[in-house]
Design a protein around this ligand. Structure first.
Ligand SMILES: O=C(O)C1=C[C@@H](OP(=O)(O)O)[C@@H](O)[C@H](O)C1
Ligand SMILES: C=C(OP(=O)(O)O)C(=O)O
Length: 451
């Protein structure tokens, strides 16, 4: 395993598409207000669903506008290691679908750090036939997989964990999925449910997924169902997503455009909020299922002016951000870090609830928020499922990014509303946005990347 000795980052999970070779980013201070239009790269969630579904499908697919980041790279490499032909030309990918049977029937698969690749591919492989060893990055090997293993075993998969009972790495003996009813919890990760659904069109009989509790970030399951239908699957669900049925009729390959990444767009909206400036993301509209597009409603609550049209979404920041509220970020929890690192700039405390599950993301994000804010001299209190943050003036500091792309990107936003910040291992942004610092520079933000 390639490790960064100083920062403890797992460099093996960085791809040829990553930003490489820098130990530090000096971001800000911002000389004025941000005032810019931005185009953001393709969505990670849509890219990796499209890759896996197209690889399962019957026939060729051409995906346009894919995200070129570590998560997408390792998904493509994993598919290639399974014998799937994937040709990449810039942000266009041509895939020869395997029609449910991956050509390589005995192989080792590396998923990198992406939860989407790890969860979706494990399920897709269980629907195929063969013997696979699946492992992830160091952090991915710690993140939960147990609920997915339980569901796939119910549907006939033989899964032998190689280190711990509920995590990667595993040996998977796949002999197709039986179909039938399977009960699942969605309380820890929506990706377990999405994984089973993505594989289900290749089961031997109709599959019915019954959710026994609730789904965190249920919009991601809606995205899964929409995209399954786009590729010809037949599925149905009640409005609350308590019971979801999938017919065993496979996918058909097709041409598919990947929409822009709403989660990435949020850092630029937040940059407008932090500086009292203006940012318009020109390739994102409210016409998306990605839940993070609703982060602009949180910014509006903090006093920002938000305008949405077919020409994009524009945010204008106020003179002073408003705090003094409590909010559940359960349904858009990838933006918890963005809100937490904007919170010191507000005029009152902000309490975030409903996000205990993000302790199992790229880092224990609740612990990281509190540790980081205390290093900056800002008072923050860690709760079981959230945090409470007081207004404060962040002091200039060198901060760890915990091998977590969203920590580095959200801290870069705070740097603009503070006296600048120094962020270690800036290359970690490559998980979903290797070009992040180029975009910041295009906004007029002083960024120095230090080798
Ligand atoms: O399905 C997806 O594309 C995602 C689901 C969410 O994960 P959890 O449901 O595990 O929180 C989200 O945090 C992640 O960034 C992307
Ligand atoms: C949680 C995240 O990613 P994933 O689960 O797809 O690795 C994220 O991008 O914030």
């Amino acid at each position: 395993m390639r490790m960064d000795a100083k920062h403890g980052a797992d460099l093996e999970a960085r791809s040829p598409w990553a930003l490489e070779g820098y130990r530090l980013a000096r971001v800000g201070p911002m000389p004025g207000r941000v005032d810019a239009d931005v185009r953001v790269p393709g969505s990670k969630s849509v890219t990796n669903r499209a890759l896996v579904i197209a690889a399962l499908a019957d026939g060729e697919s051409v995906l346009s506008g894919i995200l070129q980041s570590d998560d997408a790279y390792w998904c493509i490499e994993a598919l290639r290691s399974l014998g799937v032909r994937v040709d990449v030309e810039g942000d266009r990918v041509r895939i020869q679908g395997a029609n449910g049977r991956f050509p390589a029937s005995r192989t080792a698969v590396y998923t990198g750090a992406g939860g989407t690749t790890a969860r979706f591919l494990t399920a897709a492989l269980a629907a195929s036939s063969g013997e696979y060893e699946i492992r992830g990055s160091r952090r991915m090997n710690e993140r939960p997989m147990g609920e997915l293993f339980r569901a796939l075993r119910t549907l006939g998969a033989d899964i032998v964990p190689l280190e711990r009972p509920e995590t990667l790495p595993i040996r998977l003996r796949a002999r197709g999925l039986s179909g039938g009813a399977v009960e699942m919890s969605g309380a820890q990760s929506s990706q377990f449910v999405s994984g089973v659904l993505i594989a289900a069109p290749y089961a031997k009989a109709p599959t019915e997924v019954r959710i026994v509790d609730h789904i965190v970030q249920h919009a991601y399951v809606e995205i899964t169902l929409d995209m399954m239908r786009d590729f010809g699957a037949r599925c149905s669900a009640d409005d609350e997503l308590t019971s979801i049925s999938v017919e065993p009729c496979g996918y058909r390959g097709r041409a598919y455009d990947i929409e822009a990444d709403a989660s990435t767009a949020c850092y630029f909206f937040a940059a407008a909020a932090a500086t009292g400036g203006r940012v318009r993301v020109t390739n994102l509209t409210q016409n998306t299922r990605q839940p993070d597009v609703h982060f602009v409603d949180v910014l509006a609550k903090m006093g920002c002016d938000v305008k949405s049209s077919r020409a994009g979404i524009e945010v204008r920041g106020p003179e002073k951000l408003r705090g003094g509220f409590s909010i559940s970020m359960k349904e858009m929890s990838d933006q918890t870090l963005t809100l937490a690192f904007l919170a010191p700039l507000a005029d009152g405390p902000i309490e975030i609830t409903g996000v205990g599950h993000i302790r199992h993301h790229e880092s224990d994000r609740l612990r990281v928020i509190v540790e980081t804010l205390s290093r900056l001299g800002v008072r923050a209190e860690e709760r079981e499922d959230g945090v409470r943050i007081e207004p404060g003036t962040p002091r200039r500091a060198v901060l760890a990014s915990y091998d977590d792309h969203r920590v580095a990107m959200a801290l870069s936003v705070l740097a603009l509303g503070a006296d600048g910040l120094e962020i270690e291992d800036p290359g970690c942004v490559s998980k979903t946005c290797p070009t992040f610092f180029d975009h910041l520079r295009a906004l007029g933000v002083p960024v120095e990347l230090v080798p």
